[in-house]
Ligand binder design. Sequence first.
Ligand SMILES: Cc1cc2nc3c(=O)[nH]c(=O)nc-3n(C[C@H](O)[C@H](O)[C@H](O)COP(=O)(O)OP(=O)(O)OC[C@H]3O[C@@H](n4cnc5c(N)ncnc54)[C@H](O)[C@@H]3O)c2cc1C
Ligand code: SF4
Length: 326
Amino acid sequence: MRPFDYQRPDGLDHAGQLARADGAMAIAGGTNLLDLMKLQVETPGTLVDVNSVGMNTIDADGDGLRIGALVTNTATAAYDAVRRDYAVLARAILAGATQQLRNKATTGGNLCQRTRCYYFTHLDQPCNKREPGSGCGALKGIARLHAILGTSSECIATYPGDMAVAMAALGATVEVTGPAGERSIPVREFHRLPGDMPQKDNALEPGEIITAVRLPAPTQGQHIYRKVRERSSYAFALCSVAAIIRMEEGRFAHADLAFGGLAHKPWHDPRITELLVGSEPSLALFDKAADLLLEDAQGYGENDFKIPLARRTLKSVLCEVTGVDA
Ligand SMILES: Cc1cc2nc3c(=O)[nH]c(=O)nc-3n(C[C@H](O)[C@H](O)[C@H](O)COP(=O)(O)OP(=O)(O)OC[C@H]3O[C@@H](n4cnc5c(N)ncnc54)[C@H](O)[C@@H]3O)c2cc1C
Ligand code: SF4
């Protein structure tokens, strides 16, 4: 690990000032950042330990909830109102990592966790995300975990998290503070597609710190998080579906879905909601929804299987919710 400066700010304003310095990075639970520092993938000059600045409560926020950036994943998943009104979020968090990691992992850190692409973490390999312009090892290499939607010729990495997929389905908003003041970013727009700047994972500008995530008023209905992975715990999603669905009089009255493991960001396609809402459930309708989802999907050899996997996972979730026989 390279030498670095460590700062413990005495408040949010102070944290903001420290985070503006060149090469400064926030550290929360440290479960992702420290691993990457040991590998020298991340080499911050200064670590700003945000654990000392509060942001560690969940509070009512109008009709919704405000989850502080330092609330641990364990605390969010166990919070009564989350379990009751936002079960898709509790389920997604509990499908991620392990209990020990969730005890340390925070809302802000989980949103900002970096890709698990093998080439990203190996300094001797080309990787445009780690070293812009060096190439992409995964394009013609080991691409089993990689994206099938929204890829570019520069990068085909996936965003690996689960929590944000549920937050995208819920329509949550990320609250940040930084040099230009405070602003809110919809979770659906927080993570980026790689384009020609794969080194930039999300919409945070230099010096910005996440302070909280706001959940909108709860949506009644069934909350499902289906995660397909190589073993039943301690593994990242090959494909996941977060779904909030309400049926009324035999038709879809509400249908918000988001997908993990398929793209550089939690994938939300409003056309699927438009197709489903008002319709009667049927296998033919579910096939149309999958056609929309996968219209532009592209495999890269090792991950070709994700295209049929995503189709089957989506259809299976819709069958489960509606009682249609698969
Ligand atoms: C073996 C293993 C398995 C895992 N499996 C899963 C899984 O299945 N699903 C899943 O979702 N996750 C999984 N994870 C990832 C884990 O959830 C993340 O490491 C964790 O959520 C990161 O949170 P943290 O608080 O420790 O972040 P840190 O490591 O402290 O920080 C991560 C990043 O976030 C930034 N950051 C932190 N807080 C803020 C803030 N307030 N504002 C701005 N930037 C901030 C840091 O600068 C850093 O870039 C796994 C991790 C490991 C090690
Ligand atoms: S997929 Fe992205 S993260 Fe992986 S090697 Fe290519 S550029 Fe790097």
